[in-house]
Design a protein around this ligand. Structure first.
Ligand code: HC1
Ligand code: SF4
Length: 579
């Protein structure tokens, strides 16, 4: 550490940090739109983080971008001089020259970093705005999941960095030069037909509304307001722990009860739980896995994460036979909501529409898959990301924080166990599956259901689990984030990996920080661990913690499906993949 000053006050600097990082460490705010420390991204493209500096003994000041300039001994830094303020304002004004001015129609309105910085620099005019240039910038709305609107792009390149370095997908590149610079897909492809897998991590780091999900709040509202329709809502394990902060509650708060109340207020006729689907998936996938182990087929990859399915199909089609055929919990709930539920409740299945709330953008791809549509009818009709759900509540004037929590009341598809709850975090599917497979193999419960050896947070974790009986020890791996996933897949393909079951979640952290989660300004994934802890807490508090003890799942098999992996279960709850 050495001495320096910021705005005349003494500070300690380090030669391995930028002026921006040092200022942050000392609580001094410098605006920036492109830098993002969490992904180690300092391209210096927005040029908003200007500061005035004077190096020791030079006697002269000059302006520099603080994100790209290293600290030096004795440096004097000034963040709020008239020149700094004027140049920062000019930079923001220049960024807006070819930027869509219609903020009120933007999905990011009110939550946009560019709006914040424009306020910070006191922007009151927009002298360089050129509608003709804005009109030339493209919008890619080819994907069911994501819309890429270059009219709102400020060329920060965070999306390129997270897709390439964070996820290892490398679908995005910088295209054009000078004023025509933008972000595009490699090889001139569109979002839909490119290497993109709709994981949505690029959306989480975008500072503006240039990247976002395809907004379906209108469709959801229309369904809920239509008296002819019976709307069935389901929400993901991770949504209940990743939503409270939008309404001022501490990150990680469990707002399951308030979400149920909100859905009923919105007009959902039946509220189901995707956690019920997770318990069901364990019955199907666990049975499938034991069968595959008996046949010496290994490894088996989990199949509930749709961005992972996209990744396997687009990048490694040769491994598709290794994927479990069990549908995701979302789809299992959707398929049964249009078959089993109407039979039980005496409803015409043609009147049912299923709306699911997911912390995920790829779930929008999933519902559009041809394998998951039957005679043109989708199993799930609309997916709303957590962000859209919050938009929907704001549109309808519902403040989650003031709502009294309610409980699930559907007698057929809303009960869940602790095993279903932990699906939302990395390792959760594995842990839930082991709890049930152990029981199936041994006819008795695992001595301790909390499997600490599966619970770390490294990108790839491996463990050996003794399932007892004639199965014995199995080797398992869990990966989250697609870069670690690529390593595992490559190892499996080269024959150097030795696993029986591999859980994959495409988003770092698993669904708790899915690409459809609330975006956090200035941070990439700030709340994953808090949300994860709450999920483990839900599991600890459940009276029943193993999927096979879910009474409603048992009734479903008894009254409708027969047994796990039965012919009917295969028809409704299993799928296939294609490249
Ligand atoms: Fe997920 Fe899943 S856990 S994929 O991460 O298997 O999105 O939460 O709903 O379907 O259950 C997401 C979460 C979610 C499914 C389940
Ligand atoms: Fe890359 Fe995922 Fe964004 Fe697609 S959605 S461009 S794969 S980060």
């Amino acid at each position: 550490y050495f001495e320096a000053t910021i705005n005349g006050a003494p500070i300690t600097g380090r030669s391995d940090e930028s002026i921006l990082a040092c200022a942050r460490r000392h609580g001094v705010y410098i605006p920036t739109l492109c830098e993002l420390a969490d992904i180690d991204h300092t391209p210096g493209t927005c040029r908003v983080c200007l500061v005035e500096i004077q190096t020791q003994g030079s006697g002269k000041t000059h302006l520099v971008t603080s994100c790209t300039t290293p600290m030096q001994v004795g440096l004097e830094i000034w963040t709020r001089t008239p020149e700094v303020r004027e140049k920062q304002r000019l930079q923001v004004e220049l960024l807006l020259a070819d930027h869509d001015q219609d903020c009120a129609t933007c999905i990011r309105h009110g939550r946009c970093d560019l709006q914040d910085v424009a306020q910070f620099v006191g922007l009151r005019q927009n002298r360089f705005h050129d509608p003709a240039r804005v009109a030339m910038r493209p919008i890619d709305d080819s994907s069911p999941a994501l819309i890429r609107n270059m009219k709102r792009c400020i060329r920060c390149q965070r999306c390129i960095a997270v897709c390439r370095d964070g996820q290892g997908v490398d679908a995005l590149i910088q295209i054009g030069t000078g004023l025509d610079t933008a972000v595009g897909l490699r090889h001139g492809l569109t979002q839909k037909n490119s290497a993109c897998v709709s994981c949505g991590q690029c959306v989480l780091v975008c500072p503006t509304g240039a990247l976002g999900e395809r907004d379906e709040t209108d469709r959801a509202l229309e369904m809920m307001y239509d008296p002819e329709l019976v709307t069935v809502a389901e929400f993901a394990p991770a949504v209940r722990v990743g939503f409270g902060e939008e309404f001022g509650l501490p990150p990680g708060t469990n707002v399951e009860g308030q979400i149920i109340t909100a859905l009923r207020k919105l007009g959902a006729d039946i509220v189901l739980d995707t956690n019920f689907g997770a318990d069901l998936v364990i019955m199907e996938e666990g049975t499938e896995l034991l069968q595959r182990l008996a046949e010496k087929k290994r490894p088996t990859f989990s199949s509930c994460c749709p961005a992972w399915i996209n990744f396997a199909e687009r990048h490694y089609p040769d491994i598709l036979p290794l994927l479990s055929t069990t549908k995701s919990p979302q789809q299992c709930v959707g398929a049964l909501a249009k078959t089993y539920l109407p039979e039980k409740m005496g409803i015409d299945p043609r009147r049912i529409r299923v709306i699911s709330i997911m912390p995920c953008t790829a779930k929008k791809d999933e519902i559009a898959r041809r394998q998951l549509r039957h005679d043109g009818i989708a199993e799930v009709d609309v997916v709303l990301t957590t962000r859209e759900f919050s938009r929907l509540l704001r549109r309808e004037g519902i403040d989650l924080k003031t709502l009294e929590p309610s409980a699930f009341d559907n007698p057929y598809m809303s009960e869940y166990t602790g095993a279903g709850a932990i699906f939302g975090t990395t390792g959760g599917v594995m842990e839930a599956a082991v709890r049930t497979m152990y029981y199936v193999v041994n006819g008795r419960e695992l001595p301790s259901v909390e499997l600490e050896q599966l619970r770390g947070f490294d990108g790839v974790r491996t463990a050996t689990v003794d399932l007892g009986g004639d199965v014995g020890e199995v080797k398992v791996a869990m990966c989250h984030g697609l870069k670690p996933t690529r390593q595992i897949v490559e190892a499996v393909r080269s024959g150097s990996a030795d696993f029986d079951f591999i859980e994959v979640m495409a988003c770092p952290g698993g669904c708790v920080d899915g690409g459809g989660s609330l975006r956090s300004k200035k941070q990439y994934l700030p709340h994953a661990l808090k949300r994860r802890e709450t999920l483990f807490g839900i599991d600890r508090k459940r009276a029943v913690r193993q999927s096979h003890h879910n009474k409603q799942v048992q009734a479903l098999y008894r009254d409708f499906l027969g047994s796990p992996n039965s012919h009917k279960a295969h028809e409704l709850l299993h799928t296939w993949y294609s490249d």
